[in-house]
Write a protein that binds this ligand. Structure first.
Ligand code: 15L
Length: 274
């Protein structure tokens, strides 16, 4: 942070995964926070606008990740594989790539990472149970397992080197819920931006785990453990209630996509190449 040079709180923020659904949205909304936002993705993304730097980067390439982090004050890590995929793809981006990122963050002396984890680290809890940040992990696929790795890796880098991370267990962040399950897991874009802001600007966060969810009528996730972030969701899936009305009909017990919080992710993996 350098307030003498700029009225913006950060000199340079790094946003990875800037070509993904959340990355494209965040890219616009985080501009007021930094003099320069370095945006990065594996694929080609829109060219740099004012106050931006664009860097194409494969997280699996250690040297490239080292270069990507030069001159960065804090990282918003939304890069990597964001759904169930082959183990190879998940391993390269979410395991190897994340290790490269934390090594680079450590070597560069960067003090904070906001990590896009996922609710799929607890996707095997039943939809009848409310869980908080302290429950044992129950991932619902290899993607969820890779997010558990990210939470553990960031914990280690905090305990060993004091690098602060806020792990955001994001529910379903879209412009609107896309199915009945998302009436519970919905995280409106406005609320995601506010959660990222709280995670970035709260003075001391240590290693924090928090659920990214709007103020939806049905709740599976209890965020009390992360109260000190001051995150208060202002939006709710109630705004879309007419799209997915409550039927009052319980799904059959053998329908695991309805029985467990992870929903369709339970049916997606594991997936192997060939
Ligand atoms: C996730 O972790 C995915 O990244 C996202 O695409 C959604 O599908 C979300 O979970 C979900 O559970 O709806």
């Amino acid at each position: 942070m350098n307030q003498a040079v700029s009225s913006k709180p950060f000199q340079r923020l790094l946003l990875t995964g800037a070509g993904g659904g959340l990355g494209v949205m965040l890219r616009e909304r985080i501009k007021p926070w930094a003099q320069t936002v370095r945006v990065s993705d594996l694929k080609e993304i829109a060219p740099a606008g004012p106050g931006e730097e664009v860097v194409q980067c494969d997280l699996a390439d250690r040297e490239a990740v080292m270069a990507l982090t030069e001159g960065v004050d804090a990282v918003l890590h939304f890069g990597g594989v964001s759904v169930e995929d082959s183990f190879e793809n998940i391993m390269n981006a979410n395991i190897l790539g994340l290790h490269h990122l934390y090594e680079a963050v450590h070597k560069r002396g960067i003090r904070r990472v906001i990590y896009a984890s996922s609710s799929h680290v607890v996707g095997y809890y039943p939809t009848t149970q409310v869980v908080d940040a302290t429950v044992p992990l129950r991932p619902d696929g290899i993607y969820g397992v890779s997010k558990c790795f990210g939470e553990a890796l960031s914990r280690y880098y905090y305990d060993r080197f004091g690098i602060e991370t806020v792990c955001l267990r994001i529910g379903s962040s879209f412009d609107a819920p896309r199915n009945a399950r998302m009436m519970t897991t919905f995280l409106a874009y406005d609320d995601l931006v506010e959660l990222v802001r709280c995670a970035l600007f709260t003075p001391r966060v240590g290693h924090t785990i928090t659920y990214g969810v709007s103020d939806n009528p049905v709740k599976w996730w209890d965020n009390r453990e992360a109260d000190y972030l001051g995150f208060v969701p202002r939006r709710s899936s109630r705004e879309f209630a007419e799209r997915f009305p409550q039927t009052g009909v319980w799904p059959p017990a053998e329908d695991i996509a309805a029985t467990y919080q992870g929903g369709p992710f339970l049916l997606a993996g594991p997936m192997y190449k060939d």
